[in-house]
Design a protein around this ligand. Sequence first.
Ligand SMILES: [Zn+2]
Length: 309
Amino acid sequence: MPSSPLINDLRARLLRFAAAMPKIELHVHLEGAIAPATVLALARRHGRTLPAQDEAGLRAWYRFTHFRHFVEVYLTLSDLLRTAADFELIAYEFGRDMAQQHIRYAEVTFTPYTHLWQNKGLHPDDLIAGLEAGRQRARQDFGVEMAWVFDIPRNLSFADGVYTGRASDPTVEMAIAYRDRGVVALGLGGNEVGAPPEPFAPAFAAARSAGLHSVPHAGETAGPASVWGALRALGAERIGHGVRSVEDPDLLTYLAERRIPLEVNLTSNICLGIYPDYAAHPPAPPAGGRRAGDHQQRRPAPVRHHPDP
Ligand SMILES: [Zn+2]
């Protein structure tokens, strides 16, 4: 990137402008947004030993080496959340962070099934009570509004490659039951490889007919077929990541015509190795050559900045 006093000054002014601008946040995972100091406090609270004992060590451990390492970190952090008070704490602190960044409204992804699957003796009502208390206190103290996207961990719904509904059924049930506690949408996350969207169609149909929105992840660890599946089988209104849609021009046209936004998440895509660096990230041609369909200068579908999913 070029550097000169003029460009540095412009960059600093742009950063200040972006920081001060009121914003909405549409793709963030609550369990992935816990401050390192809070992670350490939770570990002490529950007598857990982490791979790192201080904030610098945690930050180094967070440097993902591959998607599986990311899942390992994610599950270790989730295991630290064991009581209603823990969930209240992280929701409240998330609200504080929103206010610091001038984010007024956020649709925050949360994965309730992980916490039940981890066998912590946690009742769904405690989990929801904690989230709700944190959300309300954050609204009161910081003037921010957060809503929840309850997310199905897709891989836990398959056993030996066969769909079981083990994770999706309870997630949908909770999402519908807790619509009055800020749940606005059903999500679908995890590694798409070996866990395609189509078997989740009944889960999303149930959620949609109960008035929830459909915002699955797709086109992150798998290509355009996964995005097509999310659109056609799950009625996706917004796609988490979706960045690999760029590999299929027809898909880009479809998304643009229907104004279906992609939550592209550049930093995440680099951290998880979906692309090696920003230079290779779409809309730039991928390093080492062009993909099929890149014969014209294609751009990702426009993202609609609107709080409704
Ligand atoms: Zn995500």
